[in-house]
Design a protein around this ligand. Structure first.
Ligand SMILES: Nc1ncnc2c1ncn2[C@@H]1O[C@H](COP(=O)(O)OP(=O)(O)OP(=O)(O)O)[C@@H](O)[C@H]1O
Ligand SMILES: [Mg+2]
Length: 345
């Protein structure tokens, strides 16, 4: 799939911007603070229904304005799809697909799939487990609605269970939540395991490609063996610590290179390459699973790579629509200059 056109109104520092995008590489160029990343964020919003820099929709509405509008026209195998999202400082977010309003964000998932990568995504490798779970949650939700729903239900039950634990101490009451927690938790764990298992060969291939065959990478999803049993066994501890200590909300993804844990021992460059390998692997896996190639959003990635890795990256994304931000004019692609919230082709 590819995005043909993006229009934003009162979105961050863009009062009114329209872009006609190329099927290949598109580069948004301009000095710092001009509104390049803002445009990637608008595209991301039209794919997953939320911004990545904020969970508060209001922050994306231009200062002093009441509402923002993001419109995207994408071309897919079986025709065009039109997404319109309106954000308001007072009102609830409204989303329409082909001009028909939808009731739940879940319906937006999978309409346009994107893979997003920025230097910040290094968190995926080196920061806390929560960042690795976030990556799995967002990306897996795009291609699997069952997962998205299970996750939403799980989080709700977890919140209620934790709220109960805050000021109560009757272990029998916990059973009310535990059945549901285990049911949704098992779906989440199984789906994550399957996702990582399917992703692994693609990550191995990409990593080999990016490192010239120097490094052998492996991924393992770390979870509890029997959620039901472990939840029951942890009851005393949960009551004492007043929070739910067992479950997929505590799981992690172990990443090793040549047998060593990259989370702990990897160099900055290795960690960056691992994160990039994972993201590029997702491009291929999503294509295989959905029949459509997702859109790649690269924020400030080129400035971080040496020239041989840049070239390898460009080769790796040759058949993908990519929207890239940069501060210098690159050698290839359709170029848009972004200055103070306005764009020139
Ligand atoms: N809600 C908003 N209303 C108006 N302007 C906003 C809003 N949110 C952010 N901005 C402005 O957007 C600008 C940042 O835009 P953006 O992050 O897209 O910059 P950039 O071109 O990617 O820069 P860099 O090269 O530094 O990454 C800032 O000047 C900020 O003040
Ligand atoms: Mg930026």
């Amino acid at each position: 799939m590819r995005i043909a056109e993006l229009t934003v109104d009162n979105f961050r520092n863009h009062t009114h911007t329209t872009l006609q995008l190329d099927p290949g590489v598109n580069v948004l160029v301009g000095p710092n603070g001009q509104g390049k990343t803002n445009l990637l964020e608008a595209i991301y919003l039209s794919c997953v229904g939320r911004g990545w820099r904020t969970s508060r929709d209001n922050e994306m509405v231009q200062f002093g304005k009441d509402n923002a509008l993001v419109q995207v026209t994408a071309v897919k195998k079986f025709g065009a799809v039109d997404i319109a999202i309106q954000l308001g400082t007072g009102l609830k977010k409204s989303i329409a697909i082909n001009r028909v309003p939808i009731a739940k964000v879940a319906e937006l998932m999978g309409q346009i799939n994107c893979i997003f990568f920025s230097p910040d995504e290094l968190k995926l490798v080196k920061e806390a487990p929560a960042d690795r779970r976030r990556f799995i949650n967002i990306d897996l939700s795009q291609i699997d609605k069952t997962y998205f729903y299970a996750l939403a239900r799980y989080n709700k039950i977890l919140q209620q269970r934790n709220a109960y634990l805050k000021d109560n101490s009757d272990p029998r009451e916990l059973a009310i939540w535990d059945g549901q927690l285990v049911k949704q938790g098992k779906i989440i764990i199984a789906k994550r395991q399957e996702f990582i298992q399917k992703l692994t060969p693609y990550v191995e291939a990409k990593h080999k490609e990016l490192t010239g065959g120097q490094e052998k990478i492996s991924l393992t999803y770390e979870t509890c063996a029997d959620l039901e049993k472990e939840l029951l066994a942890a009851r005393e501890r949960d009551l004492r610590l007043r929070t739910t200590t067992v479950g997929p909300h505590r799981d992690d993804l172990a990443i090793t290179i040549n047998g060593q844990d990259v989370r702990v021992f990897g160099s900055q460059g290795q960690q960056r390459t691992v994160a990039l390998s994972i993201k590029l692997a997702e491009l291929d896996l999503f294509t295989k699973l959905t029949g459509e190639r997702p859109i790649l959003l690269l924020d400030d990635v080129f400035s971080e790579l040496d020239s041989s890795r840049r070239t390898r990256l460009l080769i790796a994304i040759a058949n993908t629509q990519a929207i890239i931000t940069a501060t210098d004019v690159p050698t290839s692609g359709k170029i848009f200059t972004v200055i103070n919230g306005t764009v020139k082709e």
